[in-house]
Design a protein around this ligand. Sequence first.
Ligand code: TYD
Ligand code: MG
Length: 459
Amino acid sequence: MARIKSRYVCQQCGSEFPTWYGRCPSCSSWNSVVEEAVPVQEGRAARPPRPGVAARQAVRLTEASLTESKRLRTGIDELDRVLGGGIVPGSAVLVSGEPGIGKSTLMMHAAARIARGASVLYVTGEESVSQVGMRARRLKAVDERIYVLPETDIVEVLRAADSIKPAVLMVDSIQTMQDASLGSAAGSVGQVRQCAALLIEASKSSDMASFMVGHVTKTGAVAGPKVLEHMVDTVLQFEGGIHQAYRVVRTLKNRFGSTDEVGVFEMGEDGLREVTNPSEAFLRERVAGMAGSVVVPCMEGTRPFLVELQALVGSPGANFPRRTASGVDQGRVAIMLAVLGRRIGLGIEANDTFMNVAGGISVDEPAADLGIAVALTSSYKNRPVNPRTAVFGEIGLSGELRSVPKAEARAAEAARLGFVNLVVPKASLTRMKASRQLGGQAEVFGAGTLAEAIEYLLG
Ligand code: TYD
Ligand code: MG
């Protein structure tokens, strides 16, 4: 086959070159020049027709088929939710995450569910058919409507898709795919982009949805999946350490639904189990009545769930205090320590402080501020917060408590799980009263300042 011409394009400034450079001669940035296929403009006929790609025609908008109505539900609620209600035919979804976090496992679970009503082509570039088969057996995902293809040549993948015509094509992973017409190695930015473009084109021109698995490293150094984010319709990201039981799948982008949605899974012997009640799961191992622990209702998209924040305040360090935080933003903790020191007069700033969110999930919203401050104070004073109390609220630098979004939903979730006492920003309480949603039977205290909240909880 004749080699398609390629060019080298700087990803920073867009300059084109006939050869590769380690440093862009135009804008001087390092490692930004990648190989790309030259788009064929003159003489489209010169390009061999690609398998799986039908010629497209303009349609009247009034005649446009509404794919919304025929979403393919996987029946895995946590997955359907992050997809915005199911798989949209013809869409392209990127599933990204660190190696070992469960991407292949989730794909196989999904394949098994889809196979109840439609066929799935699972392309593996990383594992052998027998490895995939063994996993499928463990997950009880063996079905004759699932086809497995060990292949890394993207043209062959499209050819197979064209003959099998699956409802869903899964490519695991996009970094192992290669277009032989480009000289660069599989996994390079140019290859990843080219292969994804071919897959997306094939999906769009048929009704086949495609899932691409993409690995990212902890540092996010490998550019692979990042360059795909603007090309695909939906980006799902796996979070949670591989040593932690809970895996959170988050929607980073969705052309067919809201972002910020999360699905929660637990990795077990027989694969990923859905966690339909995250609040209960996250609080299951809680030891009630410990100083330094407090429960905070957090929001993930439209969904409230309760997490336990834990603080441990040590003795004053010799030189610099040691501060670590996992699951919450270190900077936020530093601000809370400063506010506690300056506005409350707590002599906590020189102490070693450790913060943690139980269950290995992460919380990054200002509504957790009050929880952070209360947990720190509780540990410092060695005085527990009532175990059936939950708190939320943003704290300003003057020590004032600011209202947060979705106070009603947070309060309702806390009440549902048996919390009888809530401490919230005064402004949020006013709004909750106005909307007459006070979270069931729970007694709600509206605090104007952090000092008031601490006095009420630990005074
Ligand atoms: P995997 O889905 O292969 O991760 P990825 O495709 O993201 O690299 O599996 C992740 C980990 O999960 C792997 O280390 C083994 C573990 N695992 C289980 O604990 N139980 C199971 O049933 C399966 C299939 C995997
Ligand atoms: Mg995998």
